[in-house]
Write a protein that binds this ligand. Structure first.
Ligand SMILES: [Zn+2]
Length: 292
């Protein structure tokens, strides 16, 4: 294409975009307000530096750092050090590597008394790829929920829901109504199933972490629209969802990748009604984890 023709095409395209944005269905702007990453992890002792640098670039106010369910023996040391180095940015979760062991509840009671953590997890209840399949209604886990409720600390669980896992989750939610369970990654489930759970259990909150363009199920591809089913559900129950990025592997801490993940997060939040976006982006997490 000759240069002048190309220029005319660009002008035409730009004009079309402006007209589209002004007249037709508005192109949503990225969410620009405060943002709390309610669910991430560290892969080593130094990754937090790259993460905090990215937080500053994208105005991510706080990050909740969680353990990875016993897969990393240094979770507590790394998270504690990160919180000490960046006290304004990092919220330290209380890892819980072995949730159905007999002494787990009394151990957690002592740890929460000492750490004062406002969130427990991530607890791997059902993760098919790691062959983990526990019941949250197991009496040992019910004790965990009672201890967490006593300390007013919600418990973040990873539970890939199928029919029987869903039943067990409902039994746990019913057994300890004073405990709040945060179901990570939307339970890797569907908006319909999650809607029913939220309707029946006021003590359930859902985190949308790890539902980004590199994973399935995803809320949206890197550039595509927010899934209609999730969008409708979040807009209808905006007080029940938290956003999170769920970085964990060292490769995700490359600055360019963090930029893509945080840009995507703001873009997807921008598709929600502004009031819902504010809640999901930071208000719900601030209230739930006592961050204000
Ligand atoms: Zn996680």
């Amino acid at each position: 294409m000759r240069r002048s023709a190309r220029k005319r095409l660009y002008v035409a395209l730009a004009t079309g975009l402006v007209l589209f944005a002004g007249g037709g269905p508005a192109l949503a702007a990225d969410y620009a307000g405060a943002l709390i990453d309610a669910h991430s992890h560290l892969p080593n002792a130094t990754a937090i530096d790259a993460y905090v640098a990215a937080m500053k670039r994208h105005n991510v106010t706080k990050v909740v750092l969680l353990g990875v369910g016993g897969a990393q023996k240094d979770d507590v040391a790394w998270i504690t050090a990160a919180a000490r180095k960046y006290p304004d940015r990092v919220v330290a979760g209380q890892p819980l590597p072995d949730p159905t062991a007999a002494p787990a509840a009394s151990r957690l009671d002592a740890e929460l008394a000492r750490s004062g953590a406002h969130v427990v997890g991530e607890v791997h209840v059902r993760q098919v790829s790691r062959k983990i399949d526990r019941s949250p209604a197991d009496p040992a886990f019910v004790k965990i929920l009672e201890v967490a409720a006593k300390h007013k600390a919600p418990v973040v669980i990873h539970q890939e829901l199928d029919a029987s896992a869903t039943k067990a989750l409902e039994a746990a939610l019913t057994a300890v109504p004073a405990a709040t369970i945060v179901l990570a990654h939307g339970g890797e489930s569907t908006p319909d199933v999650v809607d029913g759970l939220l309707a029946r259990h006021p003590n359930l909150v859902v985190d949308l972490s790890g539902m980004h363009f590199q994973r399935t199920p995803a809320l949206a591809t890197e550039k595509g629209p927010l899934d209609q089913g999730w969008k409708a559900l979040i807009a209808r129950r905006p007080d029940r969802f938290l956003i999170g990025i769920d970085v964990w592997a060292a490769r995700l801490f490359e600055p360019a990748m963090l930029d893509r993940l945080m840009t995507w997060t703001r873009r997807v939040l921008g598709e929600l009604p502004p009031e819902a976006a504010e809640r999901v982006a930071h208000r719900n997490a601030a209230a739930l984890f006592h961050l204000e």
